[in-house]
Design a protein. Structure first.
Length: 146
């Protein structure tokens, strides 16, 4: 099984960007933890980060027929990107939407997600642990179905 992790804009700044909102864990530390869990479950994991919408769209399209699941934190693109939504629908790969902060407890413009209604699951507001919870759900509930 192969899982693609997509980190959207500004997530490369985790650990230094607004630690009171996003905590002190870096993107690299998130990826290392996910890689350890994946390795121990014989799962191939690929992590990708981009600040550019078109690069995320291209990565999603390139993953079609090559990955079994996607865990995506679209960052600010959550609230704006119909292009990423259309890519996710187009490739047909099951995905989990993750947000470190509780987007519903923040500014009103952050309350709308273009992905939640088509996601297999949404984890929001549980900090960086949300990524691990999504991976654990795939392992516990989906691994044998693929």
């Amino acid at each position: 099984m192969k899982i693609l992790i997509i980190h959207g804009p500004n997530l490369n700044l985790l650990g230094v960007r607004e630690p009171e909102v996003y905590g002190s864990v870096t993107m690299e530390e998130i990826n290392q933890g996910l890689e350890q869990r994946a390795d121990s479950n014989n799962i191939e994991l690929e992590a990708f980060q981009s600040n550019a919408e078109h690069e995320i769209v291209t990565k999603l399209q390139d993953s079609m027929d090559h990955v079994d699941f996607i865990i995506i934190n679209p960052g600010a693109l959550t609230h704006t990107s119909i292009a990423i939504r259309d890519s996710l629908l187009g490739i047909g790969v099951p995905f989990y939407e993750v947000h470190i902060s509780n987007i519903f407890a923040r500014e009103e413009f952050r309350h709308k997600s273009y992905f939640s209604d088509i996601a297999n699951g949404v984890i929001c507001g549980l900090g960086t642990q949300g990524y691990d919870l999504a991976l654990r759900h795939i392992i516990d509930n989906c691994k044998d179905k693929k």
